[in-house]
Design a protein around this ligand. Sequence first.
Ligand code: BGC
Length: 390
Amino acid sequence: MKLRNLSLGVLSACIALLGACNQSNNKTTTTTTMNNSITYGQLPADSAFEKTIDGKQTHLYLLKNKNGMQAAFTNYGGRIITLLVPDSSGKMIDVSVGIGSLDGYIKSTESYYGGTIGRYGNRIAKGHFTLDGKQYSLFTNNKPNTLHGGKKGYQDVVWDAKKINDQTLELTYLSKNMEEGFPGNLHIKVTYSLTDDNAFKCEYEATTDKTTVVNLTNHAYFNLNGEGSGTILNHLVQLNAKRYTPVDSTLIPTGRLDAVKGTPFDFTKPATIGARINDNDDQLKNGKGYDHNFVLNKHDENQPVAIVKGDKTGIIMEIYTEEPGLQFYSGNFMQGKNIMKYGEKDEYRTAFAMETQHYPDSPNQPRFPSTVLKPGQTYKTQTIYKFKTR
Ligand code: BGC
C-alpha cells in the first residue's frame, strides 16, 4: 500500500475529527496552558545543565526555526529535552518527554530519555558477537543481553557540541577502540536541526579504524498531546511495514520476519496504540506491549515510514528514514519513578518511542541487513521527524 495514500487517509481523518486545521506559521513561541494545567513554552534553565563530567563541560543548547518551533538539547548524551511544535490552533506543545535538569537525567531510573544511542541501538543477544573470526564480549546491562550499547552507552557520555547556527547543532564523539567492548576507534558526528518545514532532522555519520558494528539512533520519547497529558493509548499510528521481527521472552529476534496481517502488529492502516495492546498475544506478552522492530517496506525518501497523530492536539508526526527498521516502543517499562520537566511523573505508557534503526541483534543474525562498518567506509544515515496538523 502506498504511504502517500495512507497519508491522505490520515489527512481526511484529521479533517473529520478536527474541522478546519489552522496551523500558524509565523508565531513566535508563546506559553500554552493545556487543560491539564501544564504551561508549555518555558524552556529548561541553562544553569540546570551546567556541570563537569569526566573532565568535560555540559550545557543546554537551544534551536529555533523560522516558525517559532523550538528544541532544547544537552551535550550530555546528545539528548533532546524539549520539542515545541504548533498544534492545530497554533499553540505550542512540548511533544518531547524529558527531564528539567542534568542531575535528573543522571539519577533517572529510565536511562535513555531523548538520548543519542550507540554504539549499537537495541539488543545484542547475551552480549556476544563474532567479527572476522574474533569473539567480542559486552556488558549485559539488560539481562541476559546488551541493550543500547552496554553499561555506559552514548546517552551517558559528554559529546563535543558546536552550534552551527540558530537551527543546527553538531555533536561529535570519539568512541575509543574497545569502549564497552566494541572494536575500533569510531569517530561519530550527529547533526540535529530544526528545518523550516517544522521537522527535527537527525543526521548520523561515523568512520572506524577497525572493522566494527554500528547502529545509531535517537531515543526521543514522544507524547503528541504534550508531555504530561496522560497516556499515549489514543494516539493513532500507521506504519509502512508488512512484517516485523518477533522476539523471544528476552526481546531478542527469533530471526523470522513475520507478516503483521491478522495480528495486533498490523498498523498498515491507522489504529490507536491502545486498541489491541492488551490482546492475548504471545508477542505482546514478550514485549509487555509494543516493543518490536518493524521491517520497513521498500520506500522512497518522500514516503513516511510512520505517521502518528495525537488525539487531543491533532499534531501529526511523520517519520522519514533510510534505515530498514523501526523499533516501536509503547512506554511499557515506564513506572512513574522519575519527575519530568513539568513536574509530572513518568507514568506507565505516557510516552512512546519510534527508533529508526537496523534490526536488533543483527551482528548475530546473518540474514538481517548488515551493521558491519569497515575502515575506509562511512556510516551515513538520516531520520526526519516532521510535524504538521493536517
Ligand atoms: C527497548 C525497550 C527499552 C527501551 C528503553 C527500547 O528501545 O526496546 O525494551 O525498555 O528502549 O527506553
